[in-house]
Design a binder for this molecule. Structure first.
Ligand SMILES: NC(=O)c1ccc[n+]([C@@H]2O[C@H](COP(=O)([O-])OP(=O)(O)OC[C@H]3O[C@@H](n4cnc5c(N)ncnc54)[C@H](OP(=O)(O)O)[C@@H]3O)[C@@H](O)[C@H]2O)c1
Length: 320
């Protein structure tokens, strides 16, 4: 396990918001907790008691605790634990996985009940669910996230939604080749005509941008989109970049939108989800086909130009 770079017993800032993070044993949640501590926020982590019998999870929790986080035992299904945890903070960030998104409903009720939460960042951290028009191919993957957005808005809970698009750890290691774990060195499949742009973000960078939003009035009740220069590429550009790095041209096969849709329908769920994400990102262009400002959202690198991030090229270098 990677060492935390946060100084042990680092002092909390008395002026920063106190943050409760739910889901710190996930990769993203762990990065969010580290970023919160790094920015000197009083940091609280709600973890389920079952985590302590898992060596990998308990090691993560110990590292966060050693770095100054307060570990609270509880669950989204235990209202008392939620209310007690929420009373100690004014910001909540949830990173439960996409299948558990609706489990945030009791959290929303508890946030309403305590009345002290000034910012809620629900579990999304992907493509903007309100912009994914993929006609029921995703088994409710995006509509569940939209349902949570509507509930948050109806309840009048101050919020920020993080639309970071694809994680680099997902799809990029294979150069967007379903079923592969490493990038191809001979042949590559390009979906659509290869000109539509998608976005990849490193999870650690997503965490740093997320933490930057919590006390920022510019992000209140907004969607924060992450589309940094160097991280928005079409499949043609991605393949070209890889070809330059390995010094070799790949043999290309193009899959039309129609053929991809056919393959998605023929492949059982959840095995077809990679193709659904590729269809939404690189064929329909739902991550990049709109102007952020005109949409009423805000863009991360414009708001926080000082934050350093991993570009796609830098990530591809690690795959050589
Ligand atoms: N953009 C992308 O490409 C991409 C890809 C993958 C994930 N994501 C996003 O990343 C985030 C994490 O997803 P993941 O799949 O990595 O998650 P995960 O590893 O499955 O972890 C889920 C976390 O939620 C916690 N949790 C689950 N049920 C809970 C409950 N009832 N009470 C309290 N905690 C509970 C789990 O705790 P336990 O340890 O107790 O189980 C764990 O810490 C999500 O927002 C997801 O949408 C984005």
């Amino acid at each position: 396990m990677e060492e935390l770079t946060i100084a042990k017993n680092k002092k909390w800032s008395s002026t920063s918001s106190s943050i409760l993070i739910i889901g710190v044993t996930s990769n993203l949640g762990f990065e969010v907790a580290k970023a919160s501590l790094h920015a000197s926020h009083p940091t609280f982590c709600l973890v389920r008691s079952s985590c302590f019998s898992d060596p990998h999870k308990s090691q993560k929790i110990q590292l966060l605790s050693d770095s100054g986080a307060v570990i609270l035992q509880g669950s989204l299904h235990d209202e008392k634990s939620l209310v007690e945890a929420l009373k100690q903070v004014n910001v909540v960030i949830c990173t439960v996985n996409s299948k558990q998104v609706l489990d945030q409903k009791p959290l929303i009720s508890a946030i309403k009940k305590v009345g002290c939460i000034e910012r809620f960042i629900p579990s999304e951290f992907g493509s903007d669910p309100d912009r994914m028009h993929i006609s029921n191919m995703d088994q409710g993957f995006y509509s569940r996230k939209s349902e949570i957005r509507r509930l948050v808005e109806v309840e009048g809970i101050p919020h920020t939604y993080i639309s970071c698009n694809f994680f680099m750890s997902y799809l990029l290691p294979s150069l967007v080749q379903p079923g592969l774990k490493v990038p191809p060195r001979d042949k590559v499949t390009i979906f659509g005509d290869g000109t539509v742009k998608g976005v990849f973000m490193n999870e650690r960078d997503v965490a740093a941008f997320t933490i930057s939003t919590v006390d920022d009035p510019r992000t209140l009740n907004k969607v924060l989109y992450l589309r940094p220069p160097g991280n928005v590429l079409s499949m043609n550009e991605l393949v070209e970049s890889w070809e330059c790095k390995i010094g070799k041209q790949l043999e290309k096969t193009y899959v039309t939108e129609e053929d991809l849709l056919k393959k998605i329908k023929e492949t059982p769920y959840p095995d077809n989800m990679e193709m659904v994400f590729i269809y939404a990102g690189f064929v329909k262009g739902f991550q990049t086909c709109f102007d952020v400002e005109a949409s009423g959202g805000v863009e991360g690198t414009s708001l926080y130009p000082y934050l350093k991030y991993t570009t796609i090229s830098m990530y591809l270098d690690t795959l050589l």
